[in-house]
Design a protein around this ligand. Structure first.
Ligand code: GLA
Length: 644
């Protein structure tokens, strides 16, 4: 971390002690929250490069991501590395005092790799090969891809290890964002078998866990097992679930292979990778310990009225991944994207509001895709910090104004988000299991999580998003949406939390199966019956998307009932705490009313008292203990920052 002298000279506070020392190289290069974007100078000539640096300085840019799609230029011929195209940019940026998050360039291999090694191309479940011509056309299990990628990373790391611009390594790009994340080629199939051997040891153990006596699926050898490919009817659920786990692990192995090289050659430089908008693909709680700082790409849809709360939820997830450590917003759009069917622009002020929303939730950097709008290529209609129209444009003026504004809040850099009183539980394997086919109805983990987050967000109550393994003791209230698949041990931890005095709200279709997607017998939801004081006999999803359950009270009181009579919402004292159960999916107004009551009983209040409805606040705490409150009003775009 900064020495006291450096800190004094720069006029900013040191990072909060909760920020890991491994991030020193990053924080020491910044004076306020990092500001900038993806910089792709290879698309332009020298005149533009000179203008870039001038405009960046004028716009308060302090951090850029460089080289994401630089593999083809850096290794034009297999084994021959040439970073000449990049050296000048690194030097110019260092000269301008702009720090670099340097990409490892492995997101998109050059055309010669699939030409020489077509076996590195990913294959879909129906056998379709994904060809080059776009990006991310590599099989996550391919040893050939990994070998070429790590060799490039080693050359790059040696070349730039001591470069003054280097602040952070950015591995790959958005792991798992395209359909190439699920590969079914022969190499992936073999890797899946190896992964299963390690997990189960024997084929008999696998048969047992996969319930293969159903539909005559018993295996007599691992070599018979395939990835879940296109099949006549429902595929084996645990085969699908294990495959999801395997895919997340395989991509993590690619990341770790690069990380290992970087740690060996540049041990003092922190490492990150940018996660895609909260998605089902990767088990982010298993990834996060391997990042020094979490990074995120946020693309709220300007046409979506719920985008603001959706984004708040995703920022709560990012903050939660490393237990409340500040994180980096590495990409957002200054205005429109170009990859939706209809791409709305952000009206004036919205980009500023969105950026402050990230800072309020713990972001220590606000970056965009991208610095300058491309002239050609697939993303030329994506907005950028410098639009096609140049600097004399609304978007660029707003970009420059925000750069100046953030530079004035030096104390926010390295401040940590205040811990919330409410925790919302999210578990990726449960997400995968919940959304398997052949269930009583289509279920939507993200939709349910958002519906449970909204009443707190709208009331300006902060929520932390936590894994099943989290220390729950500090929280007054734990919200558990649709925890369908849960181990007996994890269920016992939740019960112990309530027994010790916590308040828990659990929603329908929870506690149904174990980690092998086998039903917990003994009456639904068997591992939670004692905790909740109820037994669920039947599920009754309506044709209109509603959810109902036939609930028997076993000690709980009915707080609300279905029109047909039975209880829909229950409340049960368990030890020193209280457990609520929602056997239904309440509409937003009813959900708000219910959660207001639950949190009033649990003694949970808003971040600041007396905030008008529609304004929400989040607090960060600086190294000297000063709370900094950021207040956001979506309807008017107002942002206020209050200290103390
Ligand atoms: C992603 C990618 C970028 C770019 C943007 C466009 O976040 O990481 O390379 O494609 O989307 O929105």
């Amino acid at each position: 971390m900064s020495t006291p002298e450096q800190t004094e000279a720069s006029g900013r506070l040191p990072a909060h002690p909760a920020v890991p020392p491994r991030l020193a190289r990053f924080y020491d290069k910044l004076r306020a929250p990092g500001y900038g974007g993806d910089y792709n100078p290879e698309q332009w000539g020298p005149q533009v490069h000179d203008e870039d640096i001038r405009l960046m300085r004028e716009a308060g840019v302090s951090l850029v991501t460089l080289g994401i799609f630089g593999w083809a230029r850096s290794e034009p011929v297999p084994g021959e590395y040439d970073f000449g195209w990049l050296d000048g940019h690194m030097d110019r940026l260092a000269g301008a005092g702009i720090a670099v998050s340097l990409a490892t360039m492995t997101a998109s291999p050059p055309p010669w790799l699939p030409e020489r090694h077509p076996e590195t191309l990913p294959v879909l479940q129906d056998g379709t090969t994904l060809y080059p011509g776009s990006r991310q056309h590599w099989c996550p299990s391919s040893p050939v891809y990994r070998e070429h990628a790590t060799r490039l990373v080693a050359e790059l790391a040696r070349h730039y290890a001591d470069h003054p611009a280097l602040a952070l390594w950015h591995i790959g790009n958005e792991f798992g964002c395209h359909i190439s994340r699920h590969c079914h080629c022969p190499v992936s199939t073999e890797a899946f078998r190896r992964w299963l051997r390690e997990r189960y040891g024997t084929v008999d153990a696998l048969n047992d866990a996969w319930s293969t006596d159903f539909w005559s699926q018993r295996y007599t050898g691992f070599e018979q097992i395939l990835t879940p490919r296109t099949a006549p009817s429902f595929r084996n659920p645990i085969q699908q679930l294990d495959y999801q786990r395997f895919c997340s692990d395989e991509l993590l192995a690619c990341y770790l292979a690069e990380r290992e090289v970087l740690d060996r050659i540049t041990p003092g430089t922190p490492v990150t990778t940018n996660f895609v908008p909260v998605a089902k693909t990767l088990d982010l709680f298993s990834w996060a310990p391997h990042l020094d700082v979490v990074s995120y790409d946020s693309y709220p849809d300007p046409h979506d009225a719920s985008a603001f709360q959706r984004t708040a939820f995703s920022y709560d997830v990012m903050r939660g991944l490393r237990g409340g450590q500040p994180w980096l917003l590495l990409e957002q759009a200054p205005s429109a994207v170009n990859w939706r069917r209809r791409n709305g622009r952000k009206p004036s002020g919205r980009m500023r509001l969105d950026s402050w929303q990230a800072v309020a939730h713990g972001a220590d950097a606000v970056l965009f895709f991208q610095w300058r709008a491309s002239r050609g290529g697939a993303e030329k209609f994506h907005s950028a910090m410098v639009p096609h129209g140049g600097p004399d444009t609304r978007i660029h003026r707003e970009v420059a104004a925000l750069g100046a504004e953030l530079a004035g809040h030096a104390d926010l850099l390295g401040s940590v988000p205040a811990r919330a009183e409410v925790a919302l539980l999210l578990d990726w394997p449960n997400w995968w299991a919940l959304e398997l086919d052949a269930h009583p109805a289509d279920l939507d983990m993200l939709g349910t999580a958002l519906a449970h987050h909204k009443p707190f967000h709208d009331a300006s109550v902060a929520t932390d998003v936590v894994p099943v393994t989290a220390d729950l003791a500090p929280y007054k209230l734990l919200v558990v949406p649709n925890l369908y698949s849960v181990s007996t041990a994890a269920a016992a931890r939740l019960a112990a939390y309530v027994h010790g005095g916590g308040t828990l709200v659990m929603s329908f279709f929870s506690g149904i199966t174990d980690e092998h997607d086998r039903v917990h017998l003994g009456g639904y939801p068997a591992p939670f019956r004692e905790l909740l004081g109820v037994r669920v006999e039947e599920f009754d999803p309506g044709a209109d998307g509603s959810w109902a359950e036939v609930i028997h009270l076993e000690g709980a009181e009915a707080v609300e009932s279905f029109d047909s009579g039975g209880p829909s919402v229950t409340r049960h004292s368990h030890g020193a705490g209280t457990a609520w159960y929602l056997g239904t999916r309440p509409r937003p107004a009813a959900m708000r009313e219910l959660m207001d009551r639950v949190r009033a009983e649990a003694g949970v209040g808003p971040v600041l008292p007396d905030l008008p409805e529609g304004t929400y606040a989040r607090t960060r705490v600086t190294a000297d203990g000063t709370p900094v409150h950021v207040l956001l009003t979506e309807a008017t775009g107002e942002v206020a920052v209050r200290r103390g």
